[in-house]
Write a protein that binds this ligand. Structure first.
Ligand code: AMP
Ligand code: MG
Length: 339
């Protein structure tokens, strides 16, 4: 049996996972940094990752019940992300690869999010709505890459929720707290907020400014949270619908941390239903950053004939884009599952 290790450290999460060639997730260990107040300070997060890395790696091997000599390859998220955080994961992976002789693969974090959702869904070629703290991309596979068929023109939808939460005094991450507040705000009714879909793309910064202004003028937080979510997610659903019609994909998935949101998934499932295709919502645990997606992609790349990196050469790439990465190695017919 062959095994791949995945290391994730692009932002708040230091994660290590081990996946087997049969698609079994043997370990999925994480240590998530929670800032004492405000947003993420890259240096503080990187310090956290450096401190927890040895323990998270040990826990992953203990959970998987295998030893380092049984590992074939290691994947690491080398971008996009916060530079200091990326450097921790990449350094750890380079060291492990050099010392144990594991084959090293640099994994595009955004491709990891889409691939874990696709491999869990069992769909072979879906339209993916990838929504997270730093990214908002509607993507589909075409000619060997995930091409962007819609994206945010300014801030990511997760950033919208986190920034609004910070302004109103809620702790990071804001998404889950706003989802809860929104459930209570529904009965108070929708406030008209800026809705901005431009062609295939969306824009959230005007919405953020307006929502903060409405809250500061005395409107109830629950009602603003509800209106903010409804407006932002309706914009995403509209852009996703356009992309679905345009690409003619036969299924839809949501991916990334914001895909943990039930209301967003409900709206996207309605879009899919209207077009007669199935929808898959990524389970919460696999929606946020994790090592599993990195191990799974490393396995796909290795099996797909990608040459391993020279451990002394792989560098963090903070501004990597989804469409920068060749994804000809996609596996179909393999369904990931937990041991
Ligand atoms: P990621 O960047 O993929 O790790 O995802 C983190 C982002 O997901 C943050 O912006 C969170 O606020 C957001 N998030 C997590 N859970 C939820 C939720 N239930 N609803 C909306 N956003 C969420
Ligand atoms: Mg992420």
């Amino acid at each position: 049996m062959r095994y791949w290790v995945g290391i994730e450290s692009t932002a708040h999460t230091f994660g290590v996972s081990i996946v087997s060639e049969e698609g079994i997730i043997l370990a999925d260990e994480r240590d998530v940094y929670v800032p004492p107040a405000g947003g993420l300070q890259p240096r503080e997060v990187a310090r956290h990752h450096t401190n927890v890395a040895p323990d998270v790696i040990k826990r992953a091997f203990a959970k998987a019940g295998i030893g380092p000599s049984e590992v074939t390859g290691v994947g690491v998220s080398y971008g996009p992300g916060l530079g200091p955080c990326l450097r921790v994961g990449v350094s750890v992976a380079r060291a492990l690869s050099s010392y144990y002789g594991w084959r090293l693969f640099g994994v595009n974090h955004t491709v990891g999010h889409v691939e874990i959702s696709r491999l869990l869904s069992g769909f072979s070629d879906p339209l993916a709505v990838y929504v997270s703290g730093g990214n908002t991309n509607i993507v589909a596979w075409k000619d060997g890459r995930y091409r962007i068929f819609g994206e945010t023109l300014d801030i990511a939808v997760g950033n919208l929720l986190d920034s609004f939460a910070r302004e109103v005094g809620l702790q990071h991450p804001g998404g889950p707290k706003i989802e809860k507040l929104a459930l209570e705000g529904e009965k108070l009714g929708l406030i008209d907020l800026p809705y901005s879909v431009k062609g295939q793309d969306v824009s959230f910064s005007g919405l953020l400014t307006a929502a903060i202004k409405v809250y500061k003028s005395g409107e109830k937080l629950e009602r603003v949270a509800y209106s903010l979510q409804e407006t932002a997610f309706a914009m995403l659903a509209e852009a996703a619908e356009r992309a679905l019609v345009h690409t003619r994909k036969d299924s839809v998935i949501s991916a990334g941390g914001v895909a943990a949101n039930s209301r967003l998934n409900q709206m996207l499932s309605l879009v899919a239903e209207d077009h007669g295709v199935p929808f898959f919502a990524t389970p919460i645990r696999m929606a946020g950053d994790n090592g599993v997606m990195i191990a799974a992609v490393a396995m796909e790349m290795d099996m797909g004939g990608v040459s391993p990196e020279d451990p002394s050469k792989l560098l963090p790439t903070p501004k990597l884009r989804m469409s920068d990465t060749d994804v000809r190695w996609r596996i179909t017919g393999l369904k990931l599952r937990v041991k």
